[in-house]
Design a protein around this ligand. Structure first.
Ligand SMILES: Cc1cc2nc3c(=O)[nH]c(=O)nc-3n(C[C@H](O)[C@H](O)[C@H](O)COP(=O)(O)OP(=O)(O)OC[C@H]3O[C@@H](n4cnc5c(N)ncnc54)[C@H](O)[C@@H]3O)c2cc1C
Length: 481
């Protein structure tokens, strides 16, 4: 068996692993990146990127349908599913081959195959029956996670889809039951609804998008209702059976048994770490119920082995995995890096879109703050009116005494992009005044964040002060020209 030696080896070329390998190489290390499938992992191959390509295409269908309101007369749009899939595959290919070029350009050796630990400083990589031993003083495990399965709904890629099949867009079923009203379920279910499926969501909890500002969730729910999507909460899916050409899903909604007929079932009830098969138990790496256990420098219970990204537990976010990978690489290279961020942003690409960072009002209160909030509606913002997307708002939460910004929720057009400025504000320890005094280009959507901060300070310009508005739900006025 051939043996190779490196300074450091990264196992898994997802958005956690591939940046870690680049960072290690930048810091002068001789690095190998081991991947059993395609470079880019879940995010690039069947997660973030392809799902966003489909979401953008589905939104375009919506825009075309609504174009007549703006005097643009086009017929009813038709979707060529095969062509859309081809476009999506092209997007994936472009990015995954880009990863290969980046690794090569940085001098990282990409090794194809499945890695298993044989000692704390060596792995075997197996591909097509051939084994290579790779030795190194440090390893970063970045093997990611996989969708959670539930009893009665075994993923078969035919009747029962996981996110992986749903993102592959095998077809647009007439009727789709989507089990799980979390972020991935909501995003993908909405795509299919926009492409023409009759979608029914089954969520076991009392709300969809648990953990997100209820005011923002209400807007998503309203949008789904308006497009004829059914959402059942407190709904436990029990199993399904074939009924002719259809599938009959057995479900208990609010305690009552019922059956929902459909053509395909998408199960998106969560993600879980997948540390299995790596031989971690043999070398003494501790794995808890939430995944591989790590400290603030991403070191496992074995000093030569680090772990990052989804394999260490949630939140299952691409940018979190990337950041962790860079930190682990720096620690291996002798730097004093550690997990020390103030703010972990999140983008939810529903309709409307949601961006979150920092604490919600309730979380701020629970952490002992006396919070104040400022909210600015897109309905009063020139840019939002001009692009015909006025639904939503930016809400800022700050500490009443100090005016330190604690959190921001944006819901509406480009909300996930908008949250970048709020993330920087939190990371820099900005106060409401800092954002309120910053000139924002006009007309742009981020002006809503500036206006929300002014509102929290009691000095709104493009909105009347909240106490002066008597009727609840009244449109803010006047709109900025
Ligand atoms: C549909 C969907 C949409 C998503 N959208 C977003 C989004 O919009 N924003 C966001 O932040 N996050 C999103 N996510 C989550 C995001 O994809 C993950 O958080 C991210 O991929 C985690 O990266 P990772 O590097 O930890 O693991 P992964 O991307 O899972 O990569 C792990 C890699 O390790 C490889 N591997 C595993 N075992 C071995 C082994 N023994 N040997 C060699 N290689 C191995 C795997 O083949 C894989 O390529 C989405 C996920 C899904 C499913």
């Amino acid at each position: 068996m051939a043996t190779k030696t490196f300074d450091a080896v990264v196992i898994g070329a997802g958005v956690g692993g591939y940046p870690a390998a680049i960072r290690l190489a930048q810091l002068g290390k001789k690095v190998a990146l081991v991947e059993k499938e395609t470079l880019g992992g879940v995010c690039l191959n069947w997660g973030c990127i392809p799902s966003k390509a489909l979401i953008a295409a589905a939104n375009l269908v919506d825009e075309i349908k609504g174009a007549a309101e703006r005097g643009i007369m086009v017929g009813e749009p038709k979707v060529d599913v095969a062509k859309l899939r081809e476009f999506k595959n092209g997007v994936v290919k472009k990015l995954t081959s880009g990863v290969g070029l980046l690794e090569k350009g940085n001098g990282v050796e990409v090794v194809k195959g499945t890695a298993t630990f044989v000692s704390p400083t060596a792995i075997d990589v197996e591909q097509n029956g051939e084994r290579t031993r790779i030795e190194a003083q440090a390893f970063i495990v970045a093997t990611g996670g996989r969708p959670v399965e539930i009893p009665g709904f075994k993923f078969d890629g035919k009747d029962v889809w996981s996110a992986k099949e749903a993102v592959d867009l095998p077809e647009v079923p007439n009727r789709l039951v989507c089990i799980g009203g979390g972020i991935i379920g909501m995003e993908l279910g909405t795509v299919y609804a926009k492409l023409g499926s009759q979608v029914t969501f089954l969520e076991a909890l009392p709300n969809i998008l648990t953990g997100i500002d209820p005011e923002a969730v209400r807007l998503v729910q309203k949008n789904l209702r308006q497009r004829g999507v059914t959402v059942h909460v407190n709904a436990k899916a029990k199993g399904f059976e074939r009924k002719g050409a259809a599938l009959a899903v057995k479900v208990e909604v609010e305690g009552k048994e019922t059956t929902i007929e459909c053509d395909k079932i998408l199960v998106a009830v969560g993600f879980r770490p997948s540390p299995e098969g790596l031989g971690l138990e043999k070398i003494g790496v501790k794995v808890g119920p939430k995944g591989i256990e790590v400290d603030a420098q991403y070191r496992t219970s074995v000093p030569s082995v680090f772990a990052i990204g989804d394999v260490t537990g949630g939140p299952f976010l691409a940018h979190k995995a990337s950041k962790e990978g860079e930190i682990a690489a720096e620690v291996i290279a002798g730097m004093k890096s550690a997990r020390d961020w103030v703010a972990m942003p999140g983008g939810i690409f529903t309709d409307p879109e949601i961006g979150t960072v920092g604490l919600s009002e309730e979380e701020a209160r629970a952490q002992g703050h006396d919070p104040i909030t400022g909210k600015f509606a897109f309905g009063a913002l020139g840019r939002a009116i001009a692009i015909h997307h006025t639904e939503g708002f930016v809400k800022v939460v700050a500490d009443r005494a100090s005016k330190l910004i604690l959190g921001v929720t944006a819901v509406g057009p480009e909300a996930a992009d908008l949250i970048a400025e709020a993330t920087l504000a939190l990371e820099m320890g900005a106060y409401l005044e800092d954002v309120a005094l910053t000139i924002h280009a006009h007309p742009t959507l981020p002006e809503a964040f500036m206006e929300a901060c002014k509102t929290a300070l009691g000095e709104p310009i493009h909105m009347l002060k909240p106490p002066e508005r008597k009727k609840k739900g009244e449109e803010p006025a006047p709109a900025r020209a």
